[in-house]
Structures are given as structure tokens and as C-alpha cells.
Design a protein around this ligand. Structure first.
Ligand SMILES: [Cu+2]
Length: 169
């Protein structure tokens, strides 16, 4: 009893029990409060962190609406065209072809003399090496603007002038 200085020294048991219950509940309350409070006060960065995902979520809808809006405005209809190119020793005919950005070009490469192929490095296009009288077809999607060289990769044919130009505009 002497050690419980904070209690009223009335001597009866009832106030003591009441005091213990009170202290217990107060301690519980304090503990609960401390737990909740510590989350808020010790880690103020959490408040900042939680606001960041909220911002990300808020940013997300504009992205989808931005990506959705170009689609209707994309009225450009890509076309598919077929171009026949003839190869011989040592040239292509025609040696210049053109396309619009986004076009799909079907190249029918026909060989009328020697062994040749048709290659455009920038579009990863390459026909088989074909002999005289044969033909092979490749498809180019003109996904970038510029002037690209097509050539024959057999021997030194490219250096001998077996080249042409694909112009995408
Ligand atoms: Cu060739």
C-alpha cells in the first residue's frame, strides 16, 4: 500500500479496484493512442507517401484520355501497294520507289539474269537469293520517314551499282 502513492490512501478495497480498472483503461487508452499517434507522428513521410499514389491514380485517367484522343483524329488511312522490281546484272529497275509514311509495300522481286536478292537493312527486309526467271515477295511497312537504300547482297553487286532508293515521306 505504501508503494501506491498515487492512490488515495482510503484503505477500502472498492476504491482500489476502481483505481486499478481506471488505470488499466487509461493505460489501454494511452497505448491505443500511442500506437495510432506513433504512426502519424513518427513517420510523417507516410503521409507524403500515401499522397503520391493518390497523385499517380489521379494522373492515370489523363493518360488514357490522351491516348484515346489521337485514335479518332488518326484519319490517315494507310494503303497497301504492290511494286514489281526487276533485278539483273547489275541493277534494279526501277531504282527509285516512293511511299507514304505508314504504307505497306509489297515488293515482288523478279530476277531476269544472274543470281540476286533484294535487301533493305532499315526495315529488316530480305528476299531469298533467286536465279534468273525466279521471283520472291517481301512486305515493307514504311514505319519511318527517310531515304533508304535497297541493294543486292550477292557478292560485290552492291558496289557494282546494284542499288536503289526507297523514299518514305
Ligand atoms: Cu545481285
Amino acid at each position: 500500500m505504501e508503494e501506491e502513492n498515487t492512490q488515495d490512501s482510503t484503505g477500502s478495497n472498492a476504491p482500489l479496484i476502481t483505481a486499478i480498472v481506471l488505470i488499466a483503461s487509461v493505460l489501454l487508452g494511452i497505448g491505443f493512442f500511442a500506437l495510432r499517434g506513433s504512426k502519424k507522428t513518427i513517420e510523417p513521410t507516410q503521409t507524403t507517401n500515401t499522397s503520391v499514389p493518390t497523385a499517380t491514380v489521379a494522373v492515370a485517367p489523363p493518360i488514357s484520355s490522351t491516348s484515346a484522343s489521337p485514335s479518332p483524329s488518326n484519319v490517315v488511312t494507310p494503303t497497301t501497294k504492290t511494286i514489281t522490281i526487276t533485278g539483273e546484272n547489275f541493277s534494279f529497275s526501277p531504282n527509285k520507289i516512293s511511299a507514304k509514311l505508314g504504307d505497306t509495300i509489297k515488293i515482288v522481286f523478279t530476277n531476269r539474269g544472274g543470281t540476286h536478292d533484294f535487301v533493305i537493312d532499315e526495315f529488316n527486309v530480305r528476299t531469298k537469293r533467286i536465279s534468273s526467271g525466279e521471283s520472291d515477295t517481301v512486305t515493307i511497312v514504311a514505319s519511318k520517314k527517310g531515304t533508304f537504300e535497297y541493294y543486292c547482297s550477292v557478292g560485290t553487286h552492291r558496289a557494282m551499282g546494284m542499288v536503289g532508293k526507297l523514299i518514305v515521306e
